[in-house]
Write a protein that binds this ligand. Structure first.
Ligand code: ZN
Ligand code: ZN
Length: 114
């Protein structure tokens, strides 16, 4: 292998690395963590609602000082929440999952989550 081949090889490797890094991180953001957008709880009326990542990004760039407005009471007093993945529960909650008998459980229905 001569020097030119080595340089070309290095450039190709860097290019592939950047490509995989970009596509990998975009995938995680879209599908793994937020399959149906982001979840919110309104502190004013306790409504639970979801917003897509695009809606949140649009709102944040237009209103950097305010949090997402509640669709029910229009107050900008919402906080990010997690959603229980169990279909019979599906409630939103702030904070993290709880551990019961060594299993990670939803803090509302107290059942182990998958
Ligand atoms: Zn509200
Ligand atoms: Zn639950």
């Amino acid at each position: 292998m001569n020097d030119t081949a080595k340089v070309i090889g290095a450039i190709v490797l860097i290019g592939l690395g950047v490509f995989f890094f970009r596509s990998g991180s975009a995938k995680i953001e879209q599908s793994q963590d937020f399959p149906d957008g982001t979840h919110w709880i309104c502190l004013a009326c306790k409504a639970e609602f979801a917003k897509s990542l695009d809606e949140v990004a649009d709102w944040n760039s237009a209103n950097p000082e305010k949090s997402i407005p509640c669709p029910k009471c229009s107050e900008s007093r919402s906080v990010r929440a997690s959603k229980c993945p169990l279909p019979e529960c599906g409630r939103h909650f702030t904070g993290s999952m709880v551990e019961i008998n060594g299993e990670v459980c939803c803090p509302i229905c107290k059942k182990p989550v998958p």
